[in-house]
Design a protein around this ligand. Sequence first.
Ligand code: NAP
Length: 475
Amino acid sequence: MDQIKNLSLLSAMCENVNSAITVTNPATGHVLGYVPSHSRETIENVIAKAEIAQRSWAKTTAKQRADILMSWYQLLMDNQEDLARIMTLEQGKPLAESRGEVAYGASFVQWFAEEAKRAYGETIPTPSSDRRIMTITQPVGVAAAITPWNFPIAMITRKAAPAIAAGCSFIAKPAAQTPLSAYAVTELARQAGLPEGLLNIVTSDDAVMVGELFCSSDKINKISFTGSTNVGRILMRQSAESVKRVSMELGGNAPFIVFDDADIDLAVKGAIASKFRNAGQTCVCANRFYVHDAVYDKFVEKFAAEVATLTVGNGIDNGVNVGPLIDANAKNKVQRLVEEAVAQGATISIGGEDLDGQFFTPTVLTHVQHSMSIVQEEIFGPIAPVIRFHDDASLIEMANDTIYGLASYFYSKDINRIFAVAEALDYGMVGVNEGVISTEVAPFGGVKQSGIGREGARQGLDEYLNTKYICLGGM
Ligand code: NAP
């Protein structure tokens, strides 16, 4: 932590270790510091203050909100290096990736500063001449979010920026492993001039209590969650009682398909970026590779050769491409899936080594069958199982054979096939000849059990707005 120059970014860290969450570095196991573990009563007070702050905020103009968001964006970029270091220290991803996430996270703040001014209503042609019909949009009120550890900044800003732009107040509970990044970006929002009570972080070692409180509170009008499908189901059930609006960004099981007409070098480049970013711990990571029989051997040979060049290590060190897994449970899961796959007949083409600490070598598995658990489950680690396929019809069936529907990828040069496959894949997002597709200008989200709602793009603002219909009669 002594590498951080702007100490205001660490102002939420506390000394009182008795009622605190311990933040550790997953690369070294060293304790980085402590943040408060808030009581139920404290969080209820935060919600009450957020409700009051929201009433005044809703009366500001879109331009006033946009100006503050733009200042926040600028401060995020001015502090990119410090924010990236905090992220790498608590989350483990390589520093270059953390810098990228700060820029990606900040891009949502910039985007929604611009979109705030475009929360348009409509005038609708009337069916009766004595009436005029229009709609206006209004903020939903207080929005609450629960976020994961794998994108500690972007998962906050992708929700907070549209909420603030729409005129809502916002409360987030970040993952217990990565609270420092969440507090740091919130401090910068305060410095940008965002009034008190509008953007709040609560931290707790009792996530279940926070989830129940958010979902049951009648002061909170909207829940936005990013995390596992299991927890998403719990939050949806809990939100049913008060009929809250929900957005759910949940798990994925992305297929990465290489057709026989693909540019193999491009496919290998996309496969490396999609699979090994964040040590394979992203919801849009390629989870399973389907490669056509005619190019299978060529693809595997080139892919394994590229994987061999990846350097595993502490993300703060120069030249590291793959950092640690987030915790011991994550590593145990990866080990189990590899062992099961090998026992079921898969072959380790490269990797498969269990390194000290929370590190695992980037691994390519061949002779993989679609039915294996490593294909059916979300791996969340640096393992690439490669399956051989023979025809497009059975391929599409296998690709869609999952409860998930977040991201999918395929490589082909045939324009007819490109449209046919893009339309047939049952996913919220499709990358064609591209392995990294997230951007603030495009709608991010899933279908099936990968979630409900979209983040980013113009659709991201709608998640925090209600549409009100106004009928003017007696004209
Ligand atoms: P997780 O276990 O669902 O945790 C996510 C958040 O939920 C954390 O803040 C956690 O708090 C909290 N939480 C856990 N149990 C809870 C409960 N019963 N009630 C309320 N909150 C609860 O997920 P994860 O392992 O951290 O993250 C990985 C998952 O997130 C993967 O499935 C991945 O695909 C998904 N993800 C999806 C997207 C997307 O946009 N679709 C993006 C990123 C990640 P604590 O940390 O305090 O336990």
